[in-house]
Ligand binder design. Sequence first.
Ligand code: SF4
Length: 349
Amino acid sequence: MSEKFDNAILHTPFQSLHVNTQNFLRLKSLEYRLSFSEIRNLIEIAIDLQMWNEPSLQEIWIDDTQKKKILLHVKNFYETTKLKPKSYPQNPTLKTEHKIKFSTVAKESLGLGSCPVASPKTRCCNLMTLDAVESCGFDCSYCSIQSFYNQNTITFDKNFAQKLSSLKLDPNKRYHIGTGQSSDSLMWGNKEGVLEALFTFAKANPNVILEFKTKSHNISYLLENEIPKNIIATWSLNPQTIIDNEEHFSASLEERIKSARALADIGVLVGFHFHPIIVYEGYEKEYEAIVNKLLESFTCKEVALVSMGTLTFIKPVLKKLRQRAIDSKILQMPLTDASGKLSYPLQIK
Ligand code: SF4
């Protein structure tokens, strides 16, 4: 029986559970002869409840002679908790410790391609993504890149400028290229000459709209250098509640809007992404307040784009999040299939 348990916990976030929960689950799996899949389901439920700061598995467990009844009770509690709008604390403890390393390598090729979201099932805006830097120094709980880069190592390509200058684009075509897919576009400033290379590229290719998408307020390089007209700077915006709880280490909402205003003041076109829009207690009021703030602060002519998108996960991100077991309510939501990804049901969207 113990061997079955040890096999069932392989490749699960079992080790990220609090020790008390681990011991409880081990004990109950022996007592009730839980099956392989029952153990795995309970691990997933237990880790989610732990991340959401809800009562633990042992707190909701009610012993019964019928295993079915116990499991049904646990499942019902979990589903009800998952479906209720999440409620964030007023004064969350902000994360402070974040160790990151830098590495500079000679990459084989330039990371330029179609946006990964493009598929026959999506209506594409034809954005192309350019991986100027790999991995990010912010730590948004919902971010996809945690599942494909080593999160603590930020990688620069030492031949980035050279590769970019040799890139041949069709002069008769218009391109929309963004650098905010594999990292934040501005948080590193001009480290390793990244922004300088991108400015040179934008100047040489006026048929490119080059978008810097960011959650930072590091705009000093843009304030100190002449910015090519085809560069636009865009900010992902979320209410401060979400920034405090789910977008760790990023600039505050006020700092983001102030930075956008500072660039608009020197004639740079700016834009705003309401992405991901997250449903929680009070979200309608807080998103509306942002919209009103933008309407007060910018004219239509200063704003190149406003986009909207809801929270969507690729499956490896769910796995990574549960392994990390950080304090986060991000997965406390109904998750339904959205063309192979997971997102809110259409009704909520
Ligand atoms: S700022 Fe963007 S790239 Fe960085 S962690 Fe957040 S979502 Fe990911």
